[in-house]
Design a protein around this ligand. Sequence first.
Ligand code: GDP
Ligand code: MG
Length: 440
Amino acid sequence: LSDRLSGIFDKLTRRGALSEADVSEAMREVRRALLEADVALDVVKSFTDKVRTRAVGQEVVKSITPGQMVVKIVHDTLVETLGSDARPIDLVAPAPVPILMVGLQGSGKTTTTAKIARRLKERERKRVLMASLDTRRPAAMEQLKVLGEQNDVDTLPIVAGQSAVEIAKRALTAARLGGYDVVILDTAGRVTVDEGLMDEAAEVKRVTDPHEVLLVADALTGQDAVNTARAFDGRIGITGIVLTRVDGDGRGGAALSMRAVTGKPIKLMGVGEKADALEDFHPSRVADRILGMGDIVALVEKAAENFDAERAAKMAAKMGKGEFDLDDLAEQLKQMQKLGGMGGIMSLMPGMGKMKNQIAAAGLDDRFVKRQIAIISSMTKKERAKPAVIDAKRRKRIAAGSGTDVADVNKVLKTHRQMADMMKAMGKQKGGLMGALGGM
Ligand code: GDP
Ligand code: MG
């Protein structure tokens, strides 16, 4: 994909920003790549719409081609959609923490149950009890027992003739009495989603109140996995997804679709039959796989750094001349968000303690940064360039437009005035604030 995208853009002359037409052409390629990667059609559509909105008008960094710039935006959006915030299993609950495993037969529930138990035991020193609620296939309980023995994890003793709900209750009691930290309930699956399966899983969920409900889904089943996820999440409610057989899936599309359709994070990936073949979910690796790109990511990262540096240098030059309008303030605020807040920036610079306090006093606290950006976005171009024209009436309109109060608008204007004065003063000193910002 990255080659094809670069190809499209190499034909174009550089024009500073990505145009609507450029992006539309690129989106056709992105769309094709996603469909080839087995991403669901409706997910492809909403994804390309999102990228298009972001990409049009984006300035292109000098050191990369527009094609690489689009790839970068596609990649970043993919990572974000896949869940850059994804966390592994959450055990923050009173012990024994119940985890319920659900999914279709053959998806890898039993194997994954053992993998998770082993991981929690080894990495987090947890005492784990596993219980098979699969009453339909006697071999299933035996399978979990063997896996427990192999991995030195306890399993609930098998008692014939109990229902899934009875076994679940017994497992919880045993875990409590036995002082276990975690109890993993491995349910039975059916070949397809059916009411009986859903009813049983829902009932087990009701009586055990699990802290995590993990849907185990086979990455190789592609679109079916997506439908399964939708069905289980709708009927039972899941907290996360474990994608199995990722070792055999070169395309990665199921991950994107499942995440987009359910909004639930992918927590872990099964990458083989062995008990240690379990990995944390890495959105950027999956994104790379979907896009079929290798080195381009590193290249584009580098370019993005240059991009920030170019912008900072441009701003430094402007400020040196004592120009600092509200667009510049908005730009600064956005940079701050990226760099982890004003505190972060200030701590990078020597001798900035006093200014840090001033800025805190001006309400430039991270919590307000978003709101301030919203206020500035509600201003007209003219207002941003010439804040002096913003009279009482305009302030009212801006406040209404950004869902804030006139007092908030006033605060932004005051911050701007203070920053502008500060920048002006610093701009006169060589290597002042902007020198420091430009160098970051
Ligand atoms: P269940 O019916 O959902 O409990 O599925 P099982 O745990 O019994 O797994 C079915 C088959 O899939 C077994 O042969 C497993 O070894 C295999 N399996 C499970 N997870 C993975 C995986 O991540 N990669 C590969 N290659 N095989 C897996
Ligand atoms: Mg099983």
